[in-house]
Design a protein around this ligand. Structure first.
Ligand code: PBG
Length: 329
């Protein structure tokens, strides 16, 4: 049957009718809010390229966690800006590192019981050169060495789990890191700590603002020898298969909006929970349009998140988490 017997508009007439037939929803509990921890006390330093995002000292992060609970958010994703950087990124696995301190403080609050605390595992915020692994000199020039980075990433994951991370999330894109991290966690009594692997992470221009927020821009070259080429969907699915074989419990897809087809393909292929990261550049370009008055803020935020859920993501890491939860709640 087609028109005039069939009229699609019948089910769009009222908001209650539309709500009844709505296929996809976003709930506050699906949203993960990223925090950037920095040394000091009472520090709330605005990030220029990300209006509404701050570098926070641990005491301020605790306040954010309390607000996150009151808004019903699902969890927090923690990044750190260390006091000092070095060649190997030793601040990443320092027992007294900034994220480790933050985790210990957060774990002492009632809020922590209601939030999933996810710790990003990477070296780029901690290395003086800003790359995600160890730099070696080869006959062809400088390279990010895969295998020697695995031990440092594993140590970082163990240290974060022992400091209280509920989930560790490796974002470095070294080959074999999920297996190395799983073995290290299991060897240290952290058998129950899940791994959320950034399985398909593309080398993206949309990470630009984050690198200001986390002070993690590579000092030379780029990340194209370890992060994926944006043209490749089949390769993304191989990355996902390999991470699951190595022991990933959940996968994270990133960026989100320019890669919704990859999220959909992942959803159709695997049964594990899938997260998507609406990254800094996606946030900042929307913020810029809001500031210019070119887009309706509330509607555009919710539509962007709905699109990511509809593509197949179970949960979304987003800098809009608090604002979205206020609208949804
Ligand atoms: C660390 C990391 C990055 C992001 C998350 N983890 C930056 C990068 O790979 O350069 C980007 C997140 C964002 O843009 O919001 N490797």
């Amino acid at each position: 049957m087609s028109f005039p017997e069939t009229r699609m508009r019948r089910l769009r007439r009222t908001e209650s009718m539309r709500a009844l037939v709505r296929e996809t929803a976003v709930a506050p509990g699906d949203l993960i809010y990223p925090l950037f921890l920095t040394p000091g006390e009472g520090v709330r330093r605005a990030v220029g390229s990300m209006p509404g995002v701050f570098n926070l000292s641990v005491d301020e992060a605790v306040r954010e966690a309390e607000e996150a609970v009151s808004l019903g958010l699902g969890g927090l994703l923690l990044f750190g800006l260390p006091e000092a950087k070095d060649e190997r990124g030793s601040g990443a696995w320092d027992e007294n590192g900034i994220v480790q301190q933050g985790l210990r403080a957060l774990k002492q609050t009632a809020a922590a019981k209601k939030l999933v605390l996810i710790a990003d595992v990477c070296l780029c915020e901690y290395t003086s050169h800003g790359h995600c692994g160890v730099i070696v000199e080869t006959p062809h020039g400088f390279d990010v060495d895969n295998d020697s980075s695995l031990d440092l990433l594993s140590r970082t994951a163990v240290s974060l789990a022992q400091a209280g991370a509920d989930v560790v999330a490796p974002s470095d894109m070294m080959d074999g890191r999920v297996r190395a991290i799983r073995r290290a966690l299991d060897g240290c009594g952290c058998q129950q700590t899940p791994i959320l692997s950034y399985a398909a992470k593309f080398a993206s221009a949309f990470y630009g603002p984050f690198r200001e927020a986390a002070d993690s821009a590579p000092q030379f070259g780029d990340r194209k020898s370890y992060q994926m080429d944006g043209a490749n969907l089949r390769e993304a699915l191989r990355e996902i298969d390999l991470d699951l074989e190595e022991g990933a419990d959940m996968i994270l897809m990133k960026p989100a909006m320019p890669y919704l087809d990859v999220i959909r393909a992942a959803r159709e292929r695997v049964g594990v929970p899938i997260g998507a990261y609406q990254v800094s550049g996606e946030y900042s370009m929307l913020q810029a349009a809001f500031e210019l008055g070119w887009l309706d803020r509330d509607r555009a935020i919710l539509e962007s998140l709905l699109g990511i859920r509809r593509a197949g993501a179970d949960f979304i890491v987003t800098y809009f988490a608090k604002e979205a939860a206020k609208m949804l709640g």
